[in-house]
Design a protein around this ligand. Sequence first.
Ligand code: 4NP
Length: 153
Amino acid sequence: MVCLGNICRSPLAEGILRHRLNERGLHNIRVDSAGTSGYHTGDHPDARTIQNARKHQVDLSQLISRQFTRHDFAAFDFIYVMDSSNYRDVIALAQTEEEKSKVDLLLNTVWKGENRAVPDPYYGGETGFEHVFQLVDRACTKLADDLLKQHAL
Ligand code: 4NP
């Protein structure tokens, strides 16, 4: 899961997806997040993001921001970005078509091909954080359901 700062949207997506996978008994799928920038490297998620996620039983308090690197292409099968700016920044680091093919906008899992963005809640109010939670949760629940179906095959 990749956003700009790795303190709001992508740590939330990491925490929610892990939570939804655990609920389904899928414990062996590696989930991580990173930022295209290094602005917040070493920081915990934004306090407002942590607080809002906690209301939904998702604990983000132990997560620590790191910057996305080209080595992440080898380490992960899927790379989900939050908006088109993240998409451009990640694609710019890809060295092969296979690496590029791993990258998609997170909300395309729900709204196929629409290229909808998860808005950055950093400068907004509390409703922004809840709205972002609902959007990200919708996509992560779909991903977890799809992975469970694949697991059952
Ligand atoms: P995020 O939000 O990309 O969802 O983590 C941001 C947080 C901080 C900044 C940008 C985006 N910033 O520029 O400090």
